[in-house]
Design a protein around this ligand. Structure first.
Ligand code: NAD
Ligand code: UDX
Length: 466
């Protein structure tokens, strides 16, 4: 018999847990949704009386939080209490690339997942449906099952895989109107089917049932890695062509448009850029490469690894081009970085190309002035310090963070457009030009500027893929 869900717990109040649970709370007013996290600072920010101070910037998110928080959406650090009360527990904790030991630099680090499983097993006194929301290697549910059933209090745990496909910057639209919802479960048992039905019923509050796919657990887990690998592969493919375009006089947007009109190819995810960033693509492909290697599938591993190799090459060649164009030296020159987030409409900087390009420019002793409308100054320093290539003292001496694009470009030798924030398209470029060193160079890593107009003003503009 299907259980009707009254109480949801979500472990992990991050970029996935926060927005996903806010939307579930809004669409399912009869369900109590309790989002818990061990990071007390993050939880406090989610509970900030001024809803604009919630820790994640996503268009539309603060309105939904304002509507639901304190009614049926709650944020706290009371992990055990939330587990105990819940019928259904989502695990939305981070699964970063391992930085130590076996699989270092490739495999997903599942220690946070295991900790959650052990805590659920210890606390649960009645049957629970445990939902993998985090992106996990195929067959992780098996390990979860093992831990839950061997250490639990003799209660029944049904494990479902329900990967999240939202993209940052459009998370709320993606959650409200998803292309599909994917639910993997134990389709061979009545209990498994009932658990899947319970989760289908949650989503069916707002998603048409035809768009809710149910599969076996392994297909669901693997589909998430596959989707990210395919999406990232398209970007590396068009970025590979961007370099060919630059050498031949072809224009990469024209090529993308021409191929994208072929309905078999499709037009999305063909925007050439300085390289993809974000917390998912690189991590998930490396994880896929690791899985393929452990299965002895060397050719499969090499095939997907090339997507990352090309992406690293794209970031590196963008930085090298700046140095080469500025007469082979940027030492002591001021480079304005417009944008630090890995894409527009998010404050997330994980794996942002801006970090790697800046690191390269720091190697060349450039002075860097950063402006990003949503990223905090300390985050920018933390991102550079994390790489460990330059001392904190050097980073703080050479990198300055300012509060407008105009300020960043004042007295600059060159500007690098790193994030496609809309406001960069409509800056007073003539005024910026007046206040720069000449020749005034612009490097557009996002293809958002109009080459002819910029050249008319006097800029020497370099657009990736032109
Ligand atoms: P995140 O780092 O923003 O959030 C994870 C949160 O989990 C952190 O706040 C952390 O403190 C908390 N946490 C870790 N261990 C915990 C524990 N034992 N108990 C309580 N809280 C704990 O990560 P995210 O971006 O939300 O990603 C979460 C998962 O979702 C990852 O597997 C990721 O691959 C996947 N995913 C992310 C996106 C995205 O756009 N960010 C999209 C789809 C899937
Ligand atoms: C991605 C997936 O799209 C999403 O389905 C999954 O759940 C999480 O990972 P996200 O990383 O948030 O989402 O953003 P996405 O829009 O995919 O962009 C990733 C990176 O690729 C960004 O740096 C973006 O600027 C870049 N990109 C994207 C391109 O360079 N060109 C494109 O055509 C599209």
């Amino acid at each position: 018999m299907t259980k009707s869900i009254k109480n949801i717990c979500c472990i992990g109040a991050g970029y996935v847990g926060g927005p996903t649970m806010a939307v579930i709370a809004q669409k399912c007013p009869e369900i109590k949704v309790h989002v818990v996290d061990i990071n007390a600072e993050r939880v406090a920010a989610w509970n900030d009386p001024n809803v604009e101070n919630i820790p994640i910037y996503e268009p539309g998110l603060s309105d939904i939080v304002a509507e639901t928080r304190g009614k049926n959406l709650f944020f706290s650090t009371k992990v055990e209490e939330a587990i105990d009360e819940a019928d259904m527990i989502f695990i939305s904790v981070n699964t970063p690339t391992k930085t130590y030991g076996m699989g270092k630099g490739m495999a997903a680090d599942l220690k946070f997942i295991e900790l959650c499983a052990r805590q659920i097993a210890r606390v649960a006194k009645d049957d629970k449906i445990v939902v993998e929301k985090s992106t996990l290697p195929v067959r992780t549910a098996e390990a979860l099952q093992d831990i839950l059933h061997n250490t639990g209090n003799d209660v029944d745990f049904q494990i479902l895989s329900n990967p999240e496909f939202l993209a940052e910057g459009t998370a709320i639209d993606d959650l409200l109107d998803p292309d599909r919802i994917l639910i993997g479960g134990d389709i061979d048992t009545d209990k498994g089917q009932a658990a899947m039905k319970a989760l289908v019923d949650v989503y069916a509050h707002w998603v048409p049932e035809a768009q809710i796919l149910t599969t076996n657990v392994w297909s669901s887990e693997l589909s998430k890695l596959t989707a990210n690998a395919f999406l990232a592969q398209r970007i590396s493919s068009i970025n590979a062509m961007s370099e060919v375009c630059e050498r031949t006089g072809a224009n990469v947007d024209e090529v993308a448009r021409a191929i994208g009109m072929d309905s078999r190819i499709g037009s999305k995810f063909l925007k050439s850029s300085v390289g993809f960033g974000g917390s998912c693509f690189q991590k998930d492909i490396l994880n896929l490469v690791y899985i393929a290697k452990t299965l002895g599938l060397e050719e499969v591993a090499d095939y997907w690894e090339q997507v990352i190799i090309l992406n690293d090459h794209q970031k590196r060649r963008f930085a090298k081009n700046i140095v080469k164009t500025l007469y082979n030296t940027v030492s002591g020159k001021q480079i304005a970085m417009l944008g630090w987030a890995f894409k527009k409409d998010t404050n997330d900087t994980r794996e942002s190309a801006a970090i790697y390009v800046s690191d390269h420019l720091l190697n060349e002793q450039a002075d860097i002035i950063v402006y990003d409308p949503k990223v905090k100054t300390e985050q920018i320093y933390a991102d550079l310090e994390y790489l460990g290539h330059h001392s904190s003292e050097e980073i703080r001496r050479r990198v300055k963070v300012v509060s407008s694009a105009k300020e960043a470009c004042h007295n600059a030798h060159a500007i690098a457009v790193m994030t496609e924030w809309d406001e960069f398209k409509t800056l007073d470029w003539a005024d910026i030009y007046e206040k720069m060193y000449k020749p005034a160079f612009v490097f557009d890593g996002r293809r958002i500027l109009d080459q002819l107009k910029m050249e008319e003003i006097g800029f020497k503009i370099n657009i990736i893929g032109n």
